[in-house]
Every structure is written in structure tokens, then in C-alpha cells.
Design a protein around this ligand. Structure first.
Ligand code: F6P
Length: 416
């Protein structure tokens, strides 16, 4: 096969993770090793929005040492977006613009780093370019703390967020027991439709420093049943710790904050979540006349690079670098996924999943990993998640604080 010569563009999309920039480093460093095939390596500002606006950076002009620091830098270094592309059969305006920009800059490699919605975007672009006879290798690079991408054993970003959630839960557990009067703690963890991350509080529970009750979106949520669960434990221990996924819904499809007010909706039709912890804490406190704290882990859980999983950082880098290798070898319209190798030691290999199989599907926790009462996890979850939180980050510190990457972000030239 003759090599496809041209330029590469990489974009980040959706919510950040502590290791999304490790994948960026993997893509950039690998791509820059092949100047004879990939002439320019670009980073899109705010994902697909930057491509539509011709707003991207020339990564070849970055200091290689700063690119290395991406492995200890949280957030999406290029900027992110939640931008929904229309169905091209209904409105192809954005697709025409993308093709125009790709032709103008001779983009032959397009990498998009994101979750479910981003894989859908990637798939639509791959099909459109193919229909227009424009040769371009389109690769989805997985990431999401929600861990809900279809077809992969796990998603880069999840292990680090799970490690933060489990550790923080243990620390808060100790703090919540200091007084001679009891308390109700409600911890809220991210995860829109899947409870993988809220379930990480079970890792804390397994150490003896974790929640009494864990509620996940995989089971419908019943306020009265939760009150019964909590009342029984409070009567016995005078203390209750509850972990709840932000995505739990009542049988009639309402999220917890919707029990008290209306919530906003984003471009993908997703309701703005957050606030469940305080709603539940206030409710329980009014019923049980107990001191309460509602603790929303919010952005902390996806930006905590200081306690990232070393393994997650390595895997995120690897999936970025191997995506470039796969594209150079001819792959397109796929996402690189992980599968565990047989054997007692944890090892993974990557494989290619067609984007059409990944897009618009969600992987949730198997029902049999949730206990019969629907308020805890089984040992299978612990066995699954523990390997993913192993290893420590090698974050560079200056004066005791992390030294994050500082990119020059030199705007790409505008040829023609
Ligand atoms: O990327 C996934 C996620 O972190 C979800 O868990 C969460 O619901 C969502 O993003 C919130 O993101 P934002 O408020 O930044 O759009």
C-alpha cells in the first residue's frame, strides 16, 4: 500500500479527564515521528468547532519538553466543545465546510478524542468524506470518565477518576465520623447513564472506609425505598454515608434535581446534571432530623491529575500513539478499543472497533454486578476496577505545585 501523504488534525471533545492530554501527547509525538508522510500536525481549538472556524495550532512548533508535560496536565489542553453535527441528509452545511477546510489544509488524517457523542461525530464525518471521494483516515480516540463507550473493556480517564473517587470517599468517611453526634453524608459522583464511576466508591467500601449505600443509574431510583434503607442504618449506627450517581432516575424518568426544579438542556439534548447530593441530603435531614452534608465531587473528579492512575496515563498515551500507527497502516472509520488478555496478570491489547458499532450505544454495569437490593456492588466490580487504578503519576512539581504544560499555540498558517 502506498502511504497516504498529507497533514493531520487532532481534536478534543466533550468533558475532560485527568489523562485526555496524555492521548494528545501520544498522537502528537507519534505523528511527529513521520514527517515524510505527515507533513503538519495540527491541534484543533475546541474540537470540531475549531475545524469549522479554521482555528487550529501548529503542533510542530511546540517545545517537545512541553508536549511531554501533557502527561501530567489535566483538562483539555486544546479546548473542548459539545457541538452536535446535524444529520447530513437534513443539513450538510457543516460537512461541506469540514471538507473545504480539509482540502485547503490537505488534511488526510483526522483524530477525534471523545466519548459517545464524539464517536458519532467522527463516524458521520468519515462517511461524508468517503461519499465525497475524499481520502482521509478518520480515527476515534476513546476517553471518558463515565466509562460507557461500547466495545472497549474500559475508557482512558475512568481509572484516574475512579482512583480519585475511591480515595476521596475514604478520606471523607473518616472526617464524617469525628463528632459525638451523627451525620448523613451524600456523595454525588458523575455518570449520566452509567454508574461505573459512582460504583468506584465500592472500592472505598471494600477497605472499610466507604459508603453504606450506593445508588446507580442502572437501577431505577425510589426515594421512599432509599429513606427506608437510610433510616435503618441511621437508627443502628447514628451515621450514614450514601454514594449516588448524578444520573440516577426515578421510574418516571426524572433526575434527582428535577424533583425540586427544572433543569437546562445542552446541544445533544442532555439535561444539565449536578445538585443531586444536596437535594437528597436536605430531604433525608428533614425526615431524620440529622445533620447533613451533600458533597458533589463535580469537576474535581475529572481534573485530579495529582492522584491519577499511572496505568491510565500510560494507556491513554498508548491509545493515542497506536491510533496514529493504525491510521498509517490504512485504518479508518474505527475507534481503538482495549481488551484484557487472558491470564491472572493484568495486560491489555488494543483492537479496532468500527465507529458505527460504537456510536450511539452505551455500556452500563452488568446487572449481576449490582446487589439484589440495588444499593451496592458485588466482588466482580471490585475485580474489574482495581487493576485500572494502579500506579502513580510522575507529575513534575515546582515549589510544591504541579508544573502543567504551557503550549505556545501558534495559529496554523492560512494557505491559499
Ligand atoms: O464527560 C462526561 C461527563 O463528565 C459526565 O459525567 C457529566 O455528566 C458531563 O460530562 C458534564 O460535563 P459538562 O458539565 O462539562 O458538560
Amino acid at each position: 500500500m502506498t502511504a497516504l501523504k498529507g497533514n493531520l488534525i487532532f481534536g478534543q471533545s466533550g468533558g475532560p479527564t485527568a489523562v485526555i492530554n496524555s492521548s494528545a501527547a501520544g498522537v502528537f509525538e507519534e505523528a511527529l515521528k513521520h514527517p515524510d508522510i505527515i507533513g503538519k500536525v495540527y491541534g484543533a481549538a475546541h474540537g470540531i468547532v475549531g475545524i469549522l472556524q479554521e482555528n487550529f495550532y501548529d503542533i510542530g512548533q511546540e517545545d517537545p519538553e512541553e508536549l511531554k508535560l501533557l502527561l501530567g496536565t489535566p483538562s483539555s489542553i486544546l479546548g473542548s466543545c459539545r457541538y452536535k453535527l446535524a444529520d447530513p441528509a437534513e443539513d450538510d452545511t457543516d460537512y461541506k465546510k469540514i471538507l473545504e477546510v480539509f482540502r485547503k489544509y490537505n488534511i488526510r488524517y483526522f483524530f477525534y478524542n471523545g466519548g459517545n457523542d464524539s464517536m458519532d461525530t467522527c463516524d458521520k464525518i468519515a462517511h461524508y468524506l468517503d461519499q465525497q471521494g475524499y481520502e482521509c483516515r478518520v480515527i476515534g480516540v476513546p476517553k471518558t470518565i463515565d466509562n460507557d463507550l461500547w466495545g472497549t473493556d474500559h475508557c482512558p480517564g475512568f481509572g484516574s477518576a475512579a482512583k480519585f473517587v475511591a480515595t476521596t470517599t475514604m478520606e471523607v468517611f473518616l472526617d464524617s465520623r469525628v463528632y459525638d453526634r451523627g451525620m448523613i453524608i451524600v456523595l454525588e459522583v458523575m455518570g449520566r447513564h452509567a454508574g461505573w464511576l459512582a460504583a468506584a466508591t465500592a472500592l472505598a467500601q471494600a477497605t472499610g472506609y466507604g459508603p453504606d449505600l450506593i445508588y446507580l443509574p442502572e437501577r431505577s431510583f425510589d426515594l421512599e425505598r432509599m429513606l427506608e434503607d437510610v433510616s435503618a442504618i441511621y437508627a443502628k449506627n447514628n451515621n450514614v454515608m450514601i454514594a449516588v450517581s448524578e444520573g440516577v432516575q426515578t421510574a418516571d424518568g426524572r433526575f434527582i434535581p428535577e424533583l425540586v426544579s427544572e433543569v437546562a438542556v445542552d446541544a445533544f439534548g442532555h439535561k444539565q446534571l449536578g445538585g443531586a447530593a444536596q437535594v437528597l441530603a436536605d430531604y433525608l435531614s428533614s425526615k431524620l432530623k440529622a445533620k447533613n452534608r451533600g458533597i458533589e465531587l463535580s469537576l474535581l473528579q475529572r481534573s485530579a491529575s495529582h492522584i491519577a492512575s499511572g496505568r491510565d496515563i500510560e494507556e491513554a498515551y498508548r491509545v493515542g500513539a497506536e491510533s496514529v500507527q493504525a491510521a498509517l497502516a490504512g485504518a479508518t472509520d474505527v475507534m481503538l478499543a482495549f481488551r484484557r488478555c487472558d491470564g491472572s496478570d493484568y495486560r491489555i491489547e488494543t483492537f479496532q472497533m468500527p465507529l458505527s458499532e460504537v456510536a450511539n450505544k452505551e455500556k452500563v454495569i452488568p446487572q449481576e454486578w449490582i446487589n439484589a437490593a440495588g444499593n451496592g456492588l458485588t466482588a466482580e466490580y471490585i475485580d474489574y476496577a482495581l487493576p485500572l487504578i494502579q500506579g502513580e503519576p510522575k507529575q513534575i512539581k515546582v515549589d510544591g505545585l504541579p508544573r502543567f504544560a504551557r503550549l505556545r499555540k501558534i495559529q496554523a498558517g492560512r494557505p491559499g
